[in-house]
Every structure is written in C-alpha cells, then in structure tokens.
Design a binder for this molecule. Structure first.
Ligand code: C2E
Ligand code: MG
Ligand code: MG
Ligand code: MG
Length: 279
C-alpha cells in the first residue's frame, strides 16, 4: 500500500495515542466505580499435595471483576492499570478484607482450616500501612494468622528493599505466612532470598510449562528445589496441567502444587465443596 506522508503518519500516530490514553482514563474511571459499587469478587484455586494428587493444603485467592458490560474479567485486563494508578491499594485492601472474612466464615461453617494465599503488590508496601491493615483484619476476624499467606513477587525486591523488608518482618512476626510468587521470573539473588522471612517459593508456571520439553529448564527447577530445601522453604509449583509435569515435579521432591490438572480458580462455594471432598 501507498506510503503515508510524514504528516499523515504523525496524525495517525497521534490519534492512536489519544485513543490509548482515553481508554486508560475510561478504565481508571470504571475501576473507581467498581470499588465504589463493589463489583469485585474473589475466586479460589485449590493448592494440593502432589503426594496423593488431591488433598487440599490451601488455596489462592484470585481477583475477578464483574464488569457491568464486559462480563467477568481476569486480572490481566485491569491489574496493570490498577497498579499504575495506585488504585491497587484500595482494591488490595478490599481483597484482604474479603479473604480474611471468608476464612472466618469457612471456620464458622466447620470447614477444615485451610490456608488462603492473597497476592499483594509492590504498591501496597510503598503505601506503608499494610502491616497495620493486616493487624486490624486479624483482630476483627480473630482468625489464626497462619491461615493467611501473602504472595509477593520478586519485583518488590529491588525497589525499596529496606522498607518492604521491615514490613515483611513485621507481618511474619505476627504469624502470617509469606510466599515468593513467580519465582525465577524476577531479580532475586541469593542475598535477597536470605533476608526475606519466607515460608515458601512458588515456581513460575513458565518453568512448569517448559520442563517437559527442555532439559535445561528441568535442571533449573531441580536446582530451585535443592536451594529451597537448603533454606528450609517449601516449594509450590504453579500451572500444573499434565500428569507428566506432575510426575516430574513429584520426583524432584516438590510437595505441593496448583494447576488446571487439579482445579481452575473457582467461586467460594465451589471451593468449600472441593475442600470438603478432598481433605
Ligand atoms: P499469579 O499470582 O501467579 O496467579 C496464578 C495465575 O495462573 C492465575 O491467573 C491462575 O488462574 C493461573 N493459573 C493457575 N493454574 C493454571 C494452569 O494450570 N494453567 C494456566 N494457563 N493458568 C493457570 P489469574 O487469576 O488470571 O491472575 C493473574 C495474575 O494477576 C496473578 O498471577 C497475580 O499476579 C495477579 N493477581 C490476581 N489476583 C490479585 C490480587 O488480588 N491482587 C494483586 N495485586 N494481584 C492479583
Ligand atoms: Mg500468586
Ligand atoms: Mg504465581
Ligand atoms: Mg505466575
């Protein structure tokens, strides 16, 4: 097709930039409305023991947005904008309140005590009030602190390591479990890892996915397991989809995992039935 003149292509570029900016502003407005109108919901993905492939050892709370016109949206559609605008702070507060409240209701309903992991973003540490919020929620709900786990990603680490570390130590001292999510995709070095008050490492889905076909990836996972054992950390594998992956991980000594092979993230009532059926 004909080449555009410089001016034309600039006009085209400016128009598409304008569209993008407008879409982001619309999304930001919609996210504010979603907080105000309570449009978020949590789904829970079971975490199972790889030994017997079914005993539920916990769950991960995953955020969903019941958008008024676009249906139920996964975080891929909005979390980045929420992070960039800072809206992840009030949204994250809602998630923690919801998850701790749910743990309380499940205990009251006689469900076997099940640890629930909540993803927290780097912005929530920069906010500075995460330890205080967790303290309030633990006190309000009276749940045993170890039934709550926070999943943090490696991207937290380089930004404000000292500030984040202080808060993590405080949270860990309170008895809440901490887990390093998406391990292998970020920047952690051995020295960071040694500093963090972690209970658990989550091997990223990408490694689990490539493990079957790529021996080097398999060796990386093996080395991760050995390192975790040396540091007394539990290893959880995420994104297990095939029995071959499950068998490989089991042979490497990985004890727990999540993935579509066992269950997708499901609404709270379904999760409770799953726990009842597999405990
Ligand atoms: P994540 O914490 O690493 O969560 C795992 C993601 O992998 C989830 O996607 C889950 O549905 C998906 N998954 C689990 N098993 C499988 C599998 O076998 N196959 C495939 N293809 N996918 C699997 P989801 O729910 O779309 O969440 C994406 C990311 O959004 C999460 O990654 C997390 O980083 C972020 N996120 C979710 N909820 C929250 C939240 O409440 N707060 C914050 N800050 N971030 C959240
Ligand atoms: Mg996670
Ligand atoms: Mg993860
Ligand atoms: Mg991941």
């Amino acid at each position: 097709h004909a080449k555009r003149s410089g001016k034309e292509s600039y006009t085209h570029y400016a128009a598409s930039m304008r569209d993008e900016v407008r879409q982001r502003l619309d999304l930001e407005d919609e996210l504010r409305a979603a907080i105000r109108d309570d449009q978020f919901v949590l789904h829970y993905q079971p975490k199972v023991s790889l030994g017997d492939r079914q005993t539920v050892v916990g769950g991960e709370a995953l955020l969903r947005w019941g958008h008024p016109s676009r249906g139920l949206l996964a975080p891929g559609a909005f979390v980045q904008t929420a992070e960039e605008t800072g809206l992840i702070v009030p949204i994250g507060e809602w998630v923690l309140r919801q998850a701790t409240g749910q743990i309380r209701r499940w205990l009251d309903a006689g469900l076997p005590p099940t640890q629930i992991a909540v993803n927290v973003s780097e912005r929530q540490f920069r906010w500075g009030h995460l330890p205080a919020l967790i303290d309030v929620l633990l006190t309000e709900t009276g749940i045993p602190p170890h039934l709550l786990q926070l999943e943090i990603t490696e991207t937290i680490l380089p930004d404000d390591l000292e500030g984040a570390l202080k808060q993590m130590r405080w949270i860990a001292d309170r008895g809440v479990a901490l887990s390093l999510d998406d391990f292998g995709t970020g920047y952690s070095s051995m020295s960071y890892l040694r500093e963090l008050p972690l209970d658990c490492l989550k091997v990223d889905r990408k490694f689990v996915m490539d493990m079957e076909t790529d021996p080097r990836t398999r060796h990386i996972v093996e080395a991760t397991v050995a390192m975790a054992q040396a540091m007394d950390l539990k290893v959880v594998a995420e994104g297990i989809e095939t029995t071959t992956q499950l068998e490989l991980l089991r042979r490497m000594g990985v004890e727990e995992g999540q993935g579509y092979l066992f269950s997708k993230p499901i609404p709270s009532e379904e999760f409770a039935s799953f726990v009842r059926a597999h405990s």
